[in-house]
Structures are given as structure tokens and as C-alpha cells.
Design a protein around this ligand. Structure first.
Ligand code: ATP
Ligand code: MG
Length: 310
């Protein structure tokens, strides 16, 4: 079997209007490779095509072009679907059921064995922190508690691949931490997690791989640690800043910005050049009072990548 839990090739979706017009290209030539057993963050601005892609992976939306394979089968194949657990972006559950009844219904739909289901309901509710509320009706839950119930449903049948479309959008910081723990727990069990979130600090803490998409296309994809290496911003405080000092800094970095009379911001594509900056300032007679190196965060990378692609 392929080493990828998800592999798409030039996947495309055009939503055609009912009458006339050329249609809206939601996903365009999207090629993704999600390694098995890894946590993969699927990022992009609003309307970039994330949910549409996920719906194609699940087989709920039919692609206009390209192909997608999920757990070794064509997307939408029942054998692939059986291996997936899914938390939708807009979750709407049977809210007249209690949390335990809701999970029992979904377990039965997934054809789980009754005894196993009984144990898994308690386990899943405990993992998402809802065990104490297992006999409360979902309609009595807060939205964060409903999202937790949805997450319990996604992991209930012990799926090989868990797809979470914004799992933490309704959650408080404690809830977000518990989702991180659930994701970590899934990874330790060898599962693949494919998740999408606008909370980039969460993604940075959780994911091994990321893809950033914009207007339906992948603009960056890879191991997070590879994408975030080296690039940094250096803030320098120089009391007697002169044109000469700025010029010598520009020889090291193409992007030197003077913030005010004493502060300069320098972007470096290679962190090993940081000492050269200090040397350049001192050699041109600068009084260097402070120097702060800030590594590029995932949020910086996201904004830079999307801006460059737009
Ligand atoms: N059923 C549909 N019919 C027509 N257009 C659609 C449909 N579903 C999505 N779209 C359009 O496809 C584009 C991508 O939408 P999608 O929901 O995939 O974005 P997203 O990346 O998930 O955004 P968000 O971060 O806001 O959830 C949008 O322009 C949206 O209006
Ligand atoms: Mg979406």
C-alpha cells in the first residue's frame, strides 16, 4: 500500500452555477501528500478551498478533475470511508440525544460490535472530557461541549485516519489543549490526523507536516521543521545609526528596514549570518545596544506565503 494516507493529484472542483456563467473554481490542481502516522495541518485563508477538498476526500463532493486516494483506495470508496473518522466544520447533531446515545447511534452506523462500542463510548467521552456529562442531552451542551462530542464521534470507531475540519474553533484554551492531547494520543497509536485550523499557534504545536493553500492551490507543503528553519528577523538597536551602517547591513540582507532613529529590522534567509550583522555594525562605527533574533513563526510564514501568492 502507498505510504501516503492521503494523496491527491491535480484535484479540481468547479462549482457550476445552475444557469449560465463559468463557475467558481474552489480547488485547482491541488496535489497533496499526507504521510501515514503523521499529523498534517491543512492551512489557508477563508474560502481557499479547504472544506471543499476535505469533502472530496470523504467522497461527499465529486471532483471536476484530478484524483484522490485515501488509505490506499479511491476517495469515496466504502473501504476508504470505513477507515476515516470525521469532525465536520459545521456540526449539527441529533441534539435530542444524550452524548452517550449520540455516540451509540454513530457506533451502530459504523457497525461496531455492541460490547466494544459500550467500552469505546466511555473511553471517547473521557478523552474529550465529557464523561461526567454523558447523560446530558446534546441540546443542553455549550457549543464547545458540542464540538467535543463531535470529536468523540470522530474517534469512536478507532479510525486509521482522523479528519478534523476546525476542531478547536469553539473551544476555550483548556479545550484546545485537550484536543492537542487527543491528537497526540492518536499519533502515538500510529493514526494519521489531517486537520485544518486558523489557530496557527495550535498547528505549530501539533503538526509534523503542513500544506498552505490559497485560491484552491497548494503554495507551500512540507515538514514543518523544514519550512520554519533558518528564516529570521533581527531587531537591532543602534544609538548612532548612519547611512553607512544601513548600507553595510544591506550587503548582508536584501531587506533592511529602519523602524525609527535607533531601531533597524533585518530579515535573514539564513540564521547563520546573524554574527555578520553585529560585525558590520561595529566595523562601521555603530554603537550596538541590543540585538534580538526572532525565528519565523508559522503565522509569519502563512502571511508571507499567502501575500506572495496573491
Ligand atoms: N456547495 C457550494 N456551492 C458553490 N460554491 C461553493 C460551495 N461550497 C464551497 N463553495 C465555494 O468554494 C470556495 C471554497 O470554499 P471552502 O468552504 O472550501 O473554503 P475554506 O477554505 O474551507 O474556507 P473557511 O476557512 O472559511 O472554512 C468558496 O469560494 C466557496 O464560496
Ligand atoms: Mg472551511
Amino acid at each position: 500500500m502507498s505510504t501516503f494516507a492521503i494523496e491527491t493529484k491535480q484535484l479540481k472542483k468547479v462549482f457550476k452555477p445552475l444557469i449560465g456563467g463559468s463557475g467558481l473554481v474552489a480547488v485547482d490542481q491541488l496535489s497533496l501528500q499526507v504521510p501515514q502516522g503523521q499529523v498534517f495541518g491543512f492551512l489557508g485563508p477563508n474560502g481557499a478551498g479547504k472544506t471543499t477538498t476535505i469533502q472530496m476526500l470523504l467522497g461527499n463532493v465529486f471532483p471536476t478533475g484530478g484524483s484522490a486516494r485515501v488509505m490506499g483506495y479511491p476517495a469515496g470508496d466504502l473501504r476508504a470511508k470505513r477507515k476515516i473518522g470525521f469532525l465536520p466544520e459545521k456540526f449539527q447533531f441529533h441534539d435530542f440525544l444524550t452524548a452517550a446515545e449520540f455516540l451509540r447511534l454513530h457506533g451502530k452506523l459504523a457497525k461496531m460490535d455492541s460490547r466494544r462500542l459500550h467500552n469505546r463510548i466511555d473511553e471517547a467521552l473521557t478523552l474529550v472530557g465529557l464523561y461526567e456529562r454523558r447523560n446530558s442531552k446534546i441540546r443542553e451542551f455549550s457549543k464547545g461541549m458540542q464540538q467535543r462530542a463531535g470529536l468523540a464521534q470522530a474517534i469512536l470507531h478507532d479510525p486509521e485516519l482522523v479528519i478534523l475540519d476546525e476542531p478547536t474553533s469553539a473551544l476555550d484554551p483548556l479545550g484546545r489543549r485537550s484536543v492537542r492531547e487527543v491528537v497526540q494520543h492518536l499519533k502515538e497509536q500510529g493514526k494519521t490526523v489531517f486537520l485544518n485550523s486558523h489557530l496557527l499557534s495550535e498547528i505549530e504545536m501539533t503538526c509534523d507536516y503542513v500544506a498552505i493553500i490559497n485560491k484552491g492551490q497548494v503554495v507551500k507543503q512540507g515538514k514543518l521543521e523544514d519550512l520554519l528553519t533558518d528564516r529570521s528577523t533581527v531587531e537591532l538597536e543602534i544609538r548612532n545609526l548612519s547611512a553607512q551602517i544601513l548600507e553595510s547591513l544591506s550587503r548582508i540582507s536584501p531587506k533592511v528596514t529602519q523602524e525609527n532613529e535607533t531601531h533597524v529590522r533585518v530579515e535573514l534567509a539564513d540564521e547563520t549570518r546573524v554574527p555578520e550583522l553585529a560585525k558590520a555594525v561595529v566595523e562601521t562605527g555603530g554603537e550596538l545596544f541590543s540585538m534580538q533574533v526572532k525565528r519565523e513563526s508559522l503565522e509569519d510564514l502563512f502571511i508571507r506565503t499567502v501575500e506572495e501568492a496573491s
